[in-house]
Design a protein around this ligand. Structure first.
Ligand SMILES: [Zn+2]
Length: 100
């Protein structure tokens, strides 16, 4: 069983978390019109063997989203950070021009 060191709650069993996917994938802007970019974003993922950044949700704990460095070969857990801190540079709000 994996043990994840949540920055808020401390060391917890894997059963308290749900896997949230690849943390290196970046969603295209909502104004992106190229279907190929959305196809890539929604359906295609790498399947790395070794170090990987993953989203984990601490569902039965603090309910924070985490970015976990995990080796997919050995299951060794490295650094664990809050996703909101890890991706604070990413756009989190949607701004669109009003329809005319
Ligand atoms: Zn937590």
């Amino acid at each position: 069983m994996l043990r994840i060191n949540c920055p808020v709650c401390g060391l917890r069993d894997e059963t308290e978390f749900t896997y949230g996917g690849d943390a290196t994938v970046i969603r295209p802007p909502v104004t992106e019109a190229d279907p190929a970019k959305w196809l890539d974003y929604v359906f295609f993922r790498d399947n790395p063997r070794g170090p990987h950044k993953e989203y984990w949700h601490h569902v039965t704990g603090c309910r924070q989203w985490l970015v976990v460095d995990r080796n997919t070969l050995t299951h060794e857990i490295g650094a664990v950070r809050l996703a909101r801190d890890e991706h604070s540079d990413r756009e989190s709000t949607v701004t669109m021009e009003p329809a005319k």
